[in-house]
Design a protein around this ligand. Sequence first.
Ligand code: FAD
Length: 481
Amino acid sequence: MSNAYDLIVIGSGPGGYIAAIRASQLGMKVAVVEREHLAGICSNWGCIPTKALLRTADVMHTATHAKDYGLVLEGAMKPDIKAIVARSRGIAARMNNGVGFLFKKNKVDIIWGEAKITKPGEIVVGKSTKPVVQPQGPVPKNTLGEGTYTAKHIIIATGARPRALPGIEPDGKLIWTYFEAMKPEEMPKSLLVMGSGAIGIEFASFYRTMGVDVTVVEIMKQVMPVEDEEISAFAKKQFDKQGMKILLEAKVAKVEKGANSITATIEKKDGSVEKITADRMISAVGVQANIEGIGLEAVGVKTDRGFIVIDGYGKTNVPGIYAIGDVAGPPMLAHKAEHEAVVCVEKIAGVPNVHATDKNKIPGCTYCNPQVASVGLTEAKAKAEGRDIRVGRFSFAANGKAVALGEDQGLVKTIFDKKTGELIGAHMVGAEVTELIQGFVVAMNLETTEEDLMHTIFPHPTISETMKESVLDAYGKVLNA
Ligand SMILES: Cc1cc2nc3c(=O)[nH]c(=O)nc-3n(C[C@H](O)[C@H](O)[C@H](O)COP(=O)(O)OP(=O)(O)OC[C@H]3O[C@@H](n4cnc5c(N)ncnc54)[C@H](O)[C@@H]3O)c2cc1C
C-alpha cells in the first residue's frame, strides 16, 4: 500500500477524527496517526466518562430525595465504586469502538504509533510511547504502523494533558489527575480539589454527592472563574448547601504526603494559613498542550504560550501544516475541536463560503449539580468592553416545570447590546441548562435581537420558558415574576 496521502491527521481525538471523516467525505485519501486510543481524551478520559460518573451522581441525588416525591425507599443506598467505575469505563470503550467503526465506514487508515513531522509533507511514525488500546469490534483492516509517510496536508490534533504545579506534582496515588480521579479503586472519605474550573468542580460535585467530604481550593475570587460572576455565586450557594467546603482567593502552597493521606497548607488572601488533611487530592489546575516531540521546531511552526498559533481556519505559519483543538489554544473543549476540524478541512478542500471559527460563540458547559452553561460575553466583560448593555434575569423558582421537577434552584441571565438589541451573552445555572444553552447559541449565531426572541414561542411547560422570560425581563416586560 502506498504511504502517500492527501491528508494525515496526528491524533484521533474529537478534533482529529472529525477532520479525518470530513476529509474522506470530500474525497481525500486520509490517515490518522494515533499513539494510544481512538477518540482521544474526550471519549476515553474526559467528556464522556465524567458524564457517566455524574449521571450516577444525579441518580443518587434523586434517590436520596425520593421522599420529596412521595416515594418510600427502604434500606440504605450506598455507592458501589467498582460498579460505578465499570459503567463509566464501559461507556468510554463503547465510544472508542465507535470511532473505529466510523474510520472503517469512511475508509480512513489508522497508523498506530508516535508521529513526528520531519519536514513539510513528511511524517515519521515511531514506536508509541503509550500503551496502545486497540478498539474492539470493527476496525479498519488496513491499520498501519511505524514508517515514513507523506501527505499534501498535515493537521496536528495532539490535544493536551494535565498541567502540574511545581512541588505539587500528581503522583497518581495520593495526588490525582483526572486519570486517577476517573477510576478510583475505593472511595476516599475526604478529598481536596485544587482548582474550580470545569474539571475540578465536576469531580468535586461527583464525589460530594457520593458522600465524600470535599474541600475545593480556588485562587480566584469565584468558583468556575470563566463564568459570569452572578452565576458562579449562585452555583456556589448550592454547593455550600450540599456541604462542599469552598475556599476562594486561597492557594495550595505546599502538600505533605502521609502514608495514606495528604496535608495541604492553604494560604488565604487575608494572610491566614489553614492546614487541611484529606485522603486524596485532585490537581485540577488546567491542561497544557501536547506540542513537544512532534517536530514543530524542525519545520518552524510558531507557538505562543504553549499553544500552536493558527488563524481562524487552523492554518499555521508553515504552508501545508495546520492545527486544531486543544493543541491550538483555548477554549479547551471538544465541540471547539470538532468545529475547527470541519472548518480546517473544508478550507483545505476549497469548499466555498467556509466561515472562520468565531470564538465568541463557543458555548461552555459544566455538568456539576447544579449545571452551568454559557455563551458570549459575561456582564463584567461586556462592561469592560465599554458596551452599553441591558441585562435580564429569570429564576427557576417562578417556572412551573422546574417546580414540578423539584428543580426550582436556577437562574437565567441574558445580556443585550442596548443600541442594537443584539444578544451578546447568555448565562445559566440549574437543571439541564447544558441542553438549553443551545437555543441561545443558535440565536447568537443568527445575530438575533430581543425582538426575534420575544416573538419566538417557547413550549409550556418547559424550563426553556425561563429563557424567554429572561429576555422579557431585560426589556421590562417580564410576565411571571
Ligand atoms: C476530565 C475532563 C472532562 C472534560 N469534559 C469536557 C466536556 O464535558 N465537554 C467538552 O467539550 N470538553 C471536555 N473536556 C475537554 C475535551 O476532552 C478536550 O477539549 C478534547 O478532547 C480535545 O480534543 P482534541 O482532539 O484536541 O485532543 P484529544 O482529545 O486530547 O486527542 C488527542 C489525541 O492525540 C494523540 N496524540 C498526541 N500526540 C500524538 C503523537 N505524537 N502521535 C500520535 N498521536 C498523538 C493522543 O493519544 C490523543 O488520542 C474534558 C476534559 C477532561 C480532561
